[in-house]
Design a protein around this ligand. Structure first.
Ligand SMILES: [Zn+2]
Length: 372
């Protein structure tokens, strides 16, 4: 399988250093493939739709001829097509991409790095070699997915300083005739859009919006079935907030066994008030605290390079980015890599009578946060 757009755009292929899409590069890769894997090794090509427009008129014509000779698929975005075909047919993938944002949908990528081939040009000759697929943590995948989402829906790039300013503040629409301003008079609950001039505008009336104060960063937590690893619930905790996590109706908490989520059967081993999570303000990054509330079947902390350890009742620990908590052996809890949330996304899930309603609790600044 050849990731045609990735190949055409690669300035590591001749003419090296030239950042322009060239179809010739596909032929160079094809020749290298046949040299290294045999003349009869089949080759399937997948390209982004947009490539047709990006190529020169001459290359577009060559592409049409190529379509008659080989299996060539076009897709809005080639990657998912490429990866599903490669998975089904057990093929190599020729691409330099790490496919980070697709690791959740295609978990086989990380377990089959040898099937991913990149390229190197030496003395004008192209050689295929393992592209170096690296394992990525669930957080990195979340962040990549979030970045893609923001770009696609809001045209916001969290690495761009101007866009970062949008993501770091609250905004208000003050247009008297705007419906969004009417329902959200204090501040918009969705992100403003950037218009063609790069000005932040309301998604409702498309008028300029007023910048309010900086927004605090919530962190979100991911809950999964400990046995299968399947995620079944996500919830945010805002800076300065805390909430209990357990089973059944909690006044200030998240019900892991709500009938509105697809909880595993052994979730009933989780204590009613199992642990407390808090996101505390500090001078640097917010501290994420975990406190076991004396759960019957325990909370185990899994941390890289150390043995899993059961927390003592009442013990408070700081949760690190890649730590994982296992509650009663039934449910896992970890931090999501997501960092930017609109107010809409920040709302806690409504879990009906069980756990819904009054789910937020303010943690006083002077609360006892001693512990490791
Ligand atoms: Zn508006």
């Amino acid at each position: 399988m050849v990731d045609v757009s990735n190949v055409c755009w690669s300035d590591a292929l001749p003419p090296t250093g030239r950042h322009f899409p060239l179809l010739e590069r596909v032929f160079l890769v094809r020749d290298a493939w046949h040299r290294q894997y045999g003349q009869r090794a089949p080759l399937t090509l997948v390209a982004d739709n947009s490539l047709r427009r990006q190529l020169s008129a001459e290359d577009q014509e060559r592409l049409r001829r190529l379509e008659q000779e080989v299996e060539l698929h076009f897709a809005k975005t080639a990657d998912p097509t490429l990866l599903s075909l490669a998975e089904r047919r057990g093929l190599h993938v020729i691409s330099r991409d790490q496919f980070t944002d697709l690791r959740r949908d295609f978990p086989w990528i990380a377990s089959a790095p040898a099937r991913f081939l990149g390229w190197r040009t030496e003395a004008g000759t192209v050689r295929l070699e393992p592209s170096g697929i690296r394992p990525v943590s669930a957080q990195v995948v979340s962040r990549a997915l979030e970045g893609k989402d923001l770009k696609f829906h809001q045209r916001l790039d969290h690495r761009n300083p101007v866009h970062k300013r949008i993501l770091g503040h609250h905004w208000r629409c003050e247009d008297a005739g705007c419906l969004k301003a009417l329902i959200w008079p204090d501040r918009l609950h969705d992100w403003p859009l950037l218009d063609a001039r790069g000005v932040a505008v309301c998604t409702g009336c498309k008028g300029a919006v007023r910048r309010l104060g900086p927004r605090t960063r919530p962190r979100s937590f991911v809950v999964a079935d400990a046995r299968t690893g399947d995620e079944y619930l996500r919830f945010p905790v805002g800076e300065g907030d805390a909430l209990e996590v357990g089973r059944g109706e909690l006044r200030y908490g998240i019900n892991l066994a709500s009938t509105e989520v697809d909880a595993p059967a052994d979730v009933n081993l989780v204590s009613r008030r199992h642990l407390m999570l808090s996101v505390e303000r500090t001078s640097g990054n917010p501290r994420v605290g975990v406190l076991d509330l004396g759960s019957v079947n325990g909370t185990v902390l899994e941390r890289a390079n150390s043995a899993p350890r059961r927390l003592d009742a009442g013990e408070s620990v700081t949760l690190r980015e890649k730590d994982r908590l296992v509650l009663a052996g039934a449910v896992t809890l970890r931090l999501s890599g997501q960092q930017h949330f609109s107010d809409e996304q920040q709302q806690l899930p409504r879990l009906g009578a069980a756990g819904g309603g009054r789910t937020r609790m303010f943690l006083p600044e002077d609360a006892d946060t001693s512990g490791v």
